[in-house]
Design a protein around this ligand. Sequence first.
Ligand code: M6R
Length: 604
Amino acid sequence: MCGIVGYVGYRKVVPVLLHGLQRLEYRGYDSAGIAVLDSEKKKIVVEKQVGKIKDLQEHLWGKDINGNIGIAHTRWATHGPPSIENAHPHTSQKDEFAVVHNGIIENYAQLKEELIKKGYVFKSQTDTEVVAHLLEEYYQDNLLNTVLKVAKMIEGAYAIGIISTLEPDKIVALRKGSPLIVGLGENENFIASDIPAVLEYTKKFITLDDEEIAVITKDKVEIYNIKGEKVEKKPFTVNWDIAAAEKGGYKHFMLKEIYEQPKTITDTISGFFSDLNNPVYKEMKNIESIVIIACGTSYHAGLVGKFWIEKYAKIPVIVDYASEFRYRDFPVNEKTLVIAISQSGETADTRFAAIDAKKKGAKVLSIVNVVGSSLSRESDFVIYTYCGPEIGVAATKTFTAQLVTLFLFAVKSGFERGYISQEDFEKIHHDVNSLPSLVNEVLKEDKNIENISYKYHNAKDFLFLGRGINYPIAFEGALKLKEISYIHAEGYPAGEMKHGPIALIDETLPVVCIIPKDSLYEKMISNIQEVKARKGIVIAVTDSEDKEVVSLSDNIIKIPSVKNENLYPILSVIPLQLLAYHIATILGKDVDQPRNLAKTVTVE
Ligand code: M6R
């Protein structure tokens, strides 16, 4: 939800800011802007544009902006519609301060009223503008002290970057609730909402914690807490390759990320096995119940994880939307493990639900992709998924990595609890190791899936059906299609279809049926018969070559067979990712940045 980036150093700042914004565009893309301390004009130059970063880039062509220090922002509107006035950066009355902000200032209305009474004139409808005016109102002779004062006045969640003509050698950044990292370079330093924004300049970072303030010049970074005391922070280094944040010859990030899955699954497996001493496994002997909380695609991973944990670790699991779990009185104690799943580790709903559960006495394990993210630091235990950055707004490679992690976590927990022998553990490890090559097999269906997409891209609705461990994959297939093609789609457990959704079926409705040759195969055949009897169009995702499935299906997408039927979800989701991708591209939709969405949802 909004991306911010800032630079101070020896380079020309405008290209650095634009590159950073391009890599943060997944966070929001309705308007963008930059503020530069122009060394020649000795003032803050602000340029903004409605639309995407490329629109801002075009707007900047031929403009002569000189400077080595600046801040920039890409917006996902919360307060006020996308417009030039509402685009960030926002400046103070005398243009002495410029501010970029990700998050929500909850008490902005009251602050605004007080500032208006003092004579401040507001140019935008945003909550952010109050910060610029507050800085001007309270500045005496020290920017850090002013920021400390303003930080105590504003409520809500924020990551803020500030520059000022009054102290033109520095950026001051502060954080509470929204992500913010400081990138450390040689004679240059950076701030950003996320690592990929500045990955081409540095791999060394500090993560700001809540209520910390960074004062950044080109050769120094100092961190303070809200009391103004200096804080020592240990930098960390990421081994992400810059290529991971680029399209690498693919037309879209989403397609690249779908094709990366054999590699990301390999990395997730080896990451998991290099972390077998993770203290969470010792804890598993004491755990009596598990609650999985997550949103969107991560929630679907949790639904599959429930099957595995109950089977291998023999612990009852409930799975809840983080946004719902937080607001009900669910009893937890120290024998409850809450597993919070989040690609970004910044999703507000998931983070706050996990924090609340921890306060109530539960242990919290997070399964997270972004190293050092807020959720990973707020949890008792963390397991990373090792996918590198995922730029496409639709989650793909991080979903299969979450699945692999949950599967291995379930098996390892079963081993620790005495339900799985060493021999079985090794056998299962062997089954999991076969996944990357099986995923490669699935990817060979790409052309077939594209052809099927051409046949049905004009359908108004889609239904996705699966049974048992594959029913959450039906949910995920429907979500993928909805979010990037804007076609209405529903996912259902196939056995539930006759209790309502069957009424939707007619000769115009494509029904994607996930039917691996597993223990529920026959039941699924019966469900497909029910679809066919009502003239629905069947697209079967299957490893079966039985006559029955062939004769009932209008289209078949092949997946390879897998020895351990519990692993089918990791394969069966991939054709659904490709189906959504092709339908959306045929319809001319922006698959990497679908309308109204943002990759990281840091507001409740
Ligand atoms: O970063 P998270 O995994 O916490 O994000 C959760 C959801 O916002 C996310 O999965 C969303 O549903 C994706 N757009 C799905 O493709």
